[in-house]
Design a binder for this molecule. Sequence first.
Ligand SMILES: [Zn+2]
Length: 659
Amino acid sequence: MEKADLLLINAHVLTMDTEFRAFPAGAVAVRNGAILAVGPQSELLRDLRAEDTVDCRGAVAMPALINAHTHAAMSLLRGLADDLRLDVWLLGYMMPVERQFVAPDFVRLGTRLACAEMIRGGVGTFADMYYFEDDVASAAAEAGLRAVCAQTVMKHPTPDSDSFEDGLERARAFLKKWKGHRLIVPAVAAHAPYTCTEEILRACTALAIEHGVALHVHLAETAAEVDSMRREFGMPEVPYLRNLGMFAAKVTAAHGVHLDEGEIRTIWKAGAGLAHCPTSNLKLASGIAPVAKMLEIGLAVGIGTDGAASNNDLDMFEELRLAALLAKGSSGNPTAVPARTALMMATRMGAHALHLGAVTGSLEPGKRADLLLLDLQGVHSSPGFQRSTDSVYSRIVYSAKACDVTDLMVDGKWLLRGRALQNLPEADLLHQAAETARRLDAFLELRESSVLSKLVAIETATEEESFEVQVKVKVPADFPILQRLDNPELEVLYQRRYREYDTYFEFAAADQGRLRYREDQYVADSGEPTNARYRLTLTGPTREREFTGAVLLSRSRFLAPATRSRRFYREYFQPVRIIEVVKNRLRWQIRFRGTEFYVNFDAVSKPALPGSFLEVKSRTWSRRDAESKAGMIVEIVRLLGAGDAEAFREDYVEMAGKE
Ligand SMILES: [Zn+2]
């Protein structure tokens, strides 16, 4: 008689194997951390002698769930910033906070917290992509979970690597260290096509192939990302990656929201897997992945929670239910992705998508003993029907909750027993997480209290203390400026013409200053627009002083190139008031008595202001210089015949605000 280490009896066993064999009065035998036998209880009791027997009291015994894509350590960022657009969320909050806080200790704590949550929810294997992946791997191994840990490489500096070369070296060392581990499967992550260069994508692919490990990548998550890929390379992401040779590696792609049928076929032929992340895609309004089409083609589609910062939990029961529901709602077909299929995606197919199909994902002899016990006796999943063998799948997918998981075993070891975590100090983790949250709160509170620190967090701003002497005069629209400039005392150095679009963001506290988003559209002499320039200027409160009818402005300014859209800045800075000013500007640089000045001649079309505005100004650095320039400015205005240089102090912005 064969010997088992452990025999689970009195269980409703769902094998999730290719035939979906189920044993309502079933048993599972475990030996050396692997599944020895699965079948009717009577047979196993007859054929096996077990060291230890566990009575499952009618619970469902099924494969532990596979979370096919997450960023475990981000559990510490759960709920930090929600209800934001992807770019504002990522570039405005996640990345600045990660730059500041993500270090080995943070990653370990976050991963342990995530492991506690996943173990409670029946997850036996998770695929991770983050920084300091060595610490993710240690934490997961200590918790006893199986994990595919992918060390991230990208073109931007990350919390663990100053350059992509550093990231690649870190990945290489990581692969060497963890290869062959009982629970940890090391991998490489090329973060995403848009955060990597071609060189990085090629290097990551080569590294993955060299070590025979999986290559993880975020793929076609948003429409905007796919559009910009088309603009830049003339093709969507999958052909682009195929041309670089990426699919020669064992790829697992996350999201795949915006893939067409041809692209799905390409990744299917390549033997790649896909991680569907329904909650994250909904929460960030990325869209709904064409899962029914993927399954029809035969692609291995697993289900992932994504990080807890964009979900905001690691509950695979919610995720697999949503996968079933979304496929129906988005296709208008209630037969799409039935319950059993959804559960398969979260188990056997998920393992396949992670290239672990031979190891886990179903209860079959030879596979590792990764299984969970699920109590379906709760009020929310009662009663149970026996008429159809499929009804148990619908109870699991549509009724059961993560908290119905009572026990979890990974690699033959219990990680959860009677709802008690076996090797993670839950209370201690919660306490440490709360401590970390306090530090993050303090950091963001300080940052959010100042427009300047928010600006510095996302753009490289340079400070410039500037003094300007200027006069602004209102003149009739038909003021003959060209004629007046034709004066022997005024030497014109150059002339420019552009259209200026200014958006002013104003904040509740006046001492925050005013942030201007400016788009300069240069216009050629022919009237054709040429190049554009985008800039951000944060102007401190103006300190004004008058000199002989001219105004001296003294203020500190912070300048930054505007690398994002106006919409991004509006959503990120959240001004209390927005003022738009559009003007056609003619600008001359002139020389008067050996000193250079700017003359601006503006027609303001938004708000529609009557007449034109003549501005004469100059930069200055000292009070004496300011006084002498102020005097010259008054003379220039007189020479131009634009009145007696009574300073016209109202600003366009104030005029626009009065509208
Ligand atoms: Zn992700």
